[in-house]
Structures are given as structure tokens and as C-alpha cells.
Design a protein around this ligand. Sequence first.
Ligand code: SF4
Ligand code: ZN
Length: 286
Amino acid sequence: MEIEVKENSENEMVFVLNNVDLAFANAIRRIGMMEVPKIAIEYINVIKNDSRMFNEVLAHRLGLVPITSDSEAIESLIPHEECDCEDYCSKCSVSFTLNKTWDDLPKDESKDKDIQRIVYSKDLHSTDSKIKPVFDTIPLVKLKEDQEIELEAIAMIGKGKYHAKWMPTTVCSYKQYPIITFDGEKELSNDVIDACPNNVLKLTKNKKPSAQHLKKNIENCTLCKSCVRASENDAIDVSYEDNKIIFKIETDGSMNPKEVLLRACDVLYDKADKISEQTEEEIKSS
Ligand code: SF4
Ligand SMILES: [Zn+2]
């Protein structure tokens, strides 16, 4: 199997896998969404909430705030199911405090009337400096004059298979590598070019399909076949390679996509190891 990284930024990674078994790629996709451990807020203890938002809704919003979950953060906590405490303790959780009154919050300069002010994710103060909200500007709740909010939030390690708030990926998907072929005998009409929503196709000055443009943009093809349907003379055909895929991972910022990929591979490796151990034991006992 060969891997070619096409894009790799803080929150997004695109790579091409060649000679890959689709079952393997699908296992990585599923583990990337469901089994890579991440930290998220699980409990809130509300001391005061004068806002118009119900505690349940506030708890849901807080749960979805991305919390730093890089390897340093994850390794500093133990998963709650491996801890001997009942609800939570300092070994398996991190505590955040939020304590704001309307007077503490800055005026919203974009509004003429200073009626409501916004509490942001940066107002959540963590007891552990390396585990905190990834973004400062996620609005949590609005307060009016004389209103106050005070609470404690408890974050712990979990997995996407238990709740979506523990899913590190916002996109974790693959598509098979497109193959686009033209019948050289037939003319390609402008309707075919215009039918493509992703600018994959272009005609040269002498009305031939531009191979250069196609090579540069073929990975944007979504295999929708709009071009094939628009071609009245069957001048174009779209198919895909069986063992070559384009994989995309996008995260919510709690960890970078490369970390998701590496941890997903580790989880898959452990699962395969467990299966081979079990099989060996079964063979021995039979
Ligand atoms: S299959 Fe869809 S995306 Fe691909 S070239 Fe044709 S119209 Fe464009
Ligand atoms: Zn504990």
C-alpha cells in the first residue's frame, strides 16, 4: 500500500491510498469517527443560571465545545471506565469553572443597544493548563443586566460510539479514485463541460478535452456522472479504480488529522492483535 499526502493543515488532511483493500480503509474511517479517544465535557454542576437557557440545553452546548485532546492531554488522564472512582476524580477528569455576571462581560460593539452580552468558550477556566477549549470565541449563553451564571463543568475521555461530542472528526470519508475517459472520435459539447459542478472538465482552443486541466482537477471529481448524462453522444465515460482511494479527515480542532489517523491505526492494530491471540487460544484448547 502506498500513501501520498495531498494536503495537510492543522484541521484537514487529504491523502491518496494506492493498492489498498477497501475493507481496511473502511475500518480506519469507522475507527477515526467512533473509537479514537477524545476529551469532552460530560457533567455540569450548576450553581446559578439566571439566563434564559435551560440547564439541559446549556449542558448540551458545553459538551460540544472542542477541548484540547492531543496525545499529551489524553495521556495525562485515564479513561473513566479504567478508574476506580464512582463518578469522576482528578485522575480521570478535568474541571472547568464558569462564573460571569452581565457586568463582567464586554459590551457587544456591533449592537446599538447594550441589552444582552455573550459568554464565550474562553470564559471556561480549566484546572489543567494543557486541557482547555480549543477556540475562544464559541458563544455559550447570553446574559441580560443583573443576570449571572456560575457552574462547574467536568470533562473526561470518551469515544464517538458513546456520544457524538467525543467524535474528533467532522469529516472522515473516502471516495474511489476517478477514471475519466473520452471517446476521441466524438465531439465533446459545452453542455458536458458546464454540467460538471466541480470544474473538472475544460475544452482546449481546438475543442478537445484538456488533459492538463483534467490531471490537475481529477481528484475533485465526485463521480456524480452529471457529465455522462449531459453527453448525448456518449463522448465521455466516468468510472473508478478498485484499489485506489482519496481519503479526507477533517477534525473539530481537538487534535490534528494526522493524530486521528495514527491513533485509528493503533486501535485497529490492537483489535487485530486481540483476534489473533483469541484464535491461537482457541486452536490450543481444541
Ligand atoms: S462525474 Fe461529476 S464531478 Fe466528475 S467530472 Fe463528471 S460531472 Fe464532474
Ligand atoms: Zn476517576
